[in-house]
Write a protein that binds this ligand. Structure first.
Ligand SMILES: Cc1cc2nc3c(=O)[nH]c(=O)nc-3n(C[C@H](O)[C@H](O)[C@H](O)COP(=O)(O)OP(=O)(O)OC[C@H]3O[C@@H](n4cnc5c(N)ncnc54)[C@H](O)[C@@H]3O)c2cc1C
Length: 412
C-alpha cells in the first residue's frame, strides 16, 4: 500500500508506472545505490502483451532466458523481401521476472499518481503525496504527469493516431501456410482479407512453445481502425489460406497511440511510451526503453550530487538529445505521410522502403538519435520513388497534421 509522503524519507528517484520501462529504469537506479520508489495502481498485475524487437536491439545484459523465439525477418508488399535481420519475441513472464529481480531495493507503492503539484512532488489518488529529487513518468500512454497529454491545455484537439491490431495464437503447423518455420512475418500487405478501404497487414511471429501469433494490424490511423474490423479481416485472411482458428485459441488486442507529444513537463522526466520513446511510424518502444534505462540511471547518479535540476537535465539529455528530437520530428513526418497515403499506394511504398540498402532501413527503424542515418534514408526513399510517391512523402512535411482519417470501408 502507498505510504503517506510525510512518513517517507526523501527519495532520490520516484518512478510512476510499473510497465517494462518503469521497472527497468527503477531497477537500474536502485542498482546504482539511488533510493528509489515505484508507483503503480496494480503493481502485481502481470504483463499480458506479446513483446518483440529486432535481435540486434536487445541490450547485451539481458539474459538469454528472456527470449522465447528468434526468427528470420520477412516482409511482403507487392513483392517478398528478406530483411536480413533476426526478430526476437520475448518470453514475457521471464522478462518480468528479470525486471522484478532488480526491484529488490525499490519501495513499491500500489497507488495511482494524479499530477505533480510542484518540483519533485507527486500527488496520489485518494490523498497524500510522495517527494523525490527526480520524478520519472513512465506511465505509458496515460502520462499522468504530462502537461500536454490529451485533453489538457496545449494539446491539439485532433484525435490520436493509434496502432490497433487483433491477433490469435495458433499452433505453428496451423500457421505454416503464412509463417513457415524459422520465419517472422514482419508485415504482409497482401489484401487477402478481401476488403477495400484502410490498409492493414498481417504480422505473424513465433512466440515459443510451438505457437505463432497471427495479428491483423493497422500500423497507424487517426483514430485507430476499430478492432472488430481487424478481427473480421484476420479471420477472412486466414480462411483464404485454409487456416482454421481453434475455438480455444488465445487472442490479443492492441491499441496504443503513436503520436503523443513529447513529455515536456518541467521537473519530470518522461520515459518509455510516456516519453514517448514510441517510434511514430512503427509503434515500437520497448527495446529503446530497455536500452536507455541504464544510461538514464547513470546520468541521475552522476549528477544528483550537483542537485535535482542537474540530475533531471542530464537524464533528459540521455532521452532527448538534439539528434533524437530531430529524428522524432522526421519520424512524425513519416507518420503523417502514411496517414495521408491512398490505401492502394501503401504496399508500393513498402516495396520501395524494403528495397533500400540495409543500413538505411536499419537507421530508420531503430536509430532514434541517428540523425544523419535518418536523413540518408529519407533521401534514399525520395531518390528511389516515382514522382507520385515523392509528392506523397514531401507534401505532409509542409501541411499541418491530418485531423482525422475517413471512416473504414466495409467488405468490397
Ligand atoms: C498488445 C500490445 C503489444 C505490443 N507489442 C509491442 C512490441 O512487440 N514491441 C514494442 O516495442 N512495443 C509493443 N507494444 C507497445 C507498448 O505500448 C510498449 O512497448 C510497452 O508496453 C510500453 O511500456 P511502458 O512501460 O512504457 O508503458 P506501459 O506498458 O503502458 O506501462 C505503463 C504502466 O503505468 C501504469 N499507470 C498508468 N497510469 C498510472 C498512474 N496514473 N499512476 C501510476 N501508474 C500508472 C500502468 O498500470 C502500467 O503498469 C505493444 C503494445 C500492446 C498493447
Amino acid at each position: 500500500m502507498a505510504d503517506s509522503a510525510t512518513s517517507t524519507p526523501r527519495l532520490d528517484v520516484l518512478v510512476i508506472g510499473g510497465g517494462p520501462a518503469g521497472r527497468a529504469v527503477a531497477g537500474e537506479c536502485a542498482g546504482r545505490g539511488l533510493r528509489t520508489a515505484l508507483v503503480d495502481p496494480q503493481p502485481d498485475r502481470p504483463f499480458t502483451a506479446t513483446y518483440g524487437c529486432w535481435a540486434a536491439e536487445l541490450p547485451a545484459d539481458l539474459p538469454a532466458s528472456v527470449v522465447a523465439a528468434r526468427a528470420r525477418g520477412r516482409a511482403v508488399a507487392h513483392r517478398t523481401h528478406a530483411l536480413g535481420w533476426q526478430y526476437v519475441v520475448f518470453d514475457v513472464p521471464a522478462l518480468r521476472t528479470h525486471l522484478d529481480e532488480r526491484l529488490a531495493d525499490v519501495v513499491v507503492h500500489a497507488a495511482r499518481a494524479t499530477h505533480s503539484p510542484g518540483p519533485g512532488r507527486v500527488a496520489l489518488e485518494g490523498g497524500g503525496d510522495l517527494t523525490a529529487s527526480v520524478v520519472i513518468d513512465a506511465a505509458g500512454r496515460w502520462q499522468p504527469l504530462g502537461g500536454r497529454r490529451p485533453g489538457r491545455p496545449g494539446r491539439p484537439a485532433r484525435a490520436e493516431a493509434e496502432q490497433t491490431a487483433y491477433g490469435v495464437v495458433v499452433p505453428a503447423e496451423v500457421a505454416a501456410p503464412l509463417v513457415p518455420p524459422g520465419e517472422a512475418l514482419f508485415m504482409d500487405w497482401r489484401p487477402d482479407h478481401g476488403e477495400g478501404g484502410w490498409p492493414t497487414f498481417l504480422y505473424g511471429i513465433p512466440v515459443g512453445g510451438g505457437e505463432v501469433l497471427l495479428e491483423e494490424t493497422s500500423l497507424a490511423r487517426r483514430p485507430g481502425l476499430p478492432v472488430p474490423v481487424l478481427r473480421r479481416r484476420l479471420l477472412a485472411r486466414l480462411a483464404r489460406h485454409g487456416i482454421r482458428v481453434p475455438p480455444d485459441a488465445r487472442t490479443e488486442t492492441v491499441r496504443f497511440p503513436v503520436d503523443h507529444p513529447r513529455h515536456d513537463s518541467p521537473g519530470v522526466l518522461g520515459f518509455g511510451a510516456a516519453a514517448p520513446l514510441v517510434h511514430p511510424a512503427t509503434g515500437f518502444s520497448l527495446a529503446a526503453a530497455l536500452e536507455l534505462a541504464g544510461p538514464v540511471a547513470d546520468a541521475v547518479a552522476a549528477h544528483l550530487p550537483a542537485g535535482p535540476e542537474a540530475a533531471l537535465a542530464a537524464a533528459r539529455e540521455i532521452v532527448w538529445p538534439r539528434t533524437a528530437r530531430a529524428v522524432h520530428g522526421f519520424r512524425r513526418i513519416g507518420l503523417e505521410a502514411l496517414l495521408r497515403m491512398p490505401p492502394d499506394e501503401v504496399p508500393g511504398f513498402f516495396d520501395v522502403f524494403f528495397d533500400l540498402p540495409e543500413r538505411q532501413r536499419w537507421a530508420y527503424l531503430t536509430g532514434r538519435d541517428d540523425l544523419s542515418g535518418t536523413v540518408a534514408t529519407m533521401g534514399g526513399l525520395f531518390a528511389s520513388s516515382g514522382w507520385r510517391l515523392r509528392r506523397r512523402l514531401v507534401v505532409p512535411a509542409v501541411l499541418p497534421p491530418l485531423r482525422a482519417n475517413d471512416e473504414p470501408a466495409g467488405p468490397s
